[in-house]
Design a protein around this ligand. Structure first.
Ligand code: RIB
Length: 319
């Protein structure tokens, strides 16, 4: 029996307003969408839910707004079983929201209004220090102020806690603040924006990961969507092939990857195995609509792993 891991997520919580559409309106045009879905989202919250469903004890450090969505978000965390001691409501600010558009092939486009997520400050992380120090891993994304992200990375480093950063949405960053980071996990678009290098194929991804490693990160994982993942370190580079599923909505797949990866790693899996498992967990999340509600629980995941686990491989690449 794997050890039960403790994962802390310092990050965002949003409410997702997802419209499924065949096409986008032109300027000044009104057109019909096919379907609508309202759900709890936000990269931080999604990663927390994925980690919890994979079997970890999870606690969230977050801020929600003083609107209808704020208490509902806290209630959702509680119902799921995520510790909300450090999830607080901020007066006079809206909650984070995300209008999302999904095309028939499952591809999504997301707009995020940060709202209360922007109020999560370094002092809020400090207030949660006692709890954070007990974590096996701290997980961060970029929907909160970057000063809070940098502060938390430094906190994790100081206390020897594994730290995973998902630079989403991508934005200009202070690379010095990320030196020595354990895991930096962008997708192709984020990797491109951050390095200004194109990521159109595996060779590009290798080059891009190399540039990020030069900035002092210990490991870089570039998730390549339906094409698998690249796991890169200064000593080795591995391509981890994907699993084949029928995708209907890819929203939140990156979050499913990060949340599950944190748990597999904390349970003692090797990095390659943790990436392989996270690839499957993320792929499965694209077979359902929405983010958190499309995530599998551990028993469902293990069933799929038993049947599909062998269909993906790790391929060592020359770095
Ligand atoms: O990664 C998907 C998430 O991005 C959505 O849940 C949305 O809220 C945005 O944060």
């Amino acid at each position: 029996m794997a050890k039960r891991s403790r994962i802390a997520v310092v990050g965002s919580a949003n409410v997702d307003l997802t419209t499924f559409t065949d096409r986008f309106p032109k300027p000044g045009e009104t057109c019909f969408g096919q379907k609508f879905d309202l759900g709890f989202g936000g990269k931080g919250a999604n990663q927390a839910v994925a980690a919890h469903l994979c079997g970890a004890d999870v606690f969230m450090v977050a801020r929600v707004g003083s609107d209808l969505f704020g208490p509902a978000t806290i209630e959702n965390f509680k119902k799921i079983g995520i510790d909300t001691t450090y999830v607080k409501q901020v007066e006079g600010v809206s909650s984070g929201v995300a209008p999302i558009f999904v095309e028939p092939n499952g591809q999504n486009r997301i707009l995020v209004v940060k709202g209360a997520n922007d109020e999560l400050k370094p002092e809020d992380v400090e207030a949660a220090a006692g709890m954070l120090r007990t974590a096996d891993c701290i997980v961060l994304q970029f929907e909160i102020p970057l000063e809070t992200v940098y502060y938390t990375i430094a906190f994790a480093r100081k206390h020897g806690i594994r730290c995973i950063v998902n630079p989403a949405p991508a934005q200009p960053i202070d690379m010095k603040a990320l030196a020595g980071l354990d895991y930096f996990v962008p997708n192709e678009t984020e990797a491109e924006t951050i390095t200004s290098l194109p990521v159109r194929n595996l060779d590009d991804a290798k080059r891009c990961a190399g540039k990020l490693l030069e900035c002092g990160m210990r490991r870089v994982i570039i998730t390549l969507g339906a094409k698998g993942s690249l796991l890169a370190g200064r000593d080795s580079m591995d391509y981890v092939s994907p699993f084949s599923v029928t995708s209907i909505d890819s929203t939140g797949a990156g979050d499913a990857f990060i949340g599950s990866f944190a748990v597999f790693l904390a349970e003692g899996a090797t990095e390659q195995e943790a990436v392989r498992k996270a690839n499957l967990y993320a792929a499965l999340s694209t077979t359902g609509i929405g983010t958190q509600k499309s995530f599998y629980n551990r028993a469902q995941f293990e069933e799929e792993w038993t049947t599909q686990g062998r269909t993906s491989a790790v391929l060592g690449l020359s770095s």
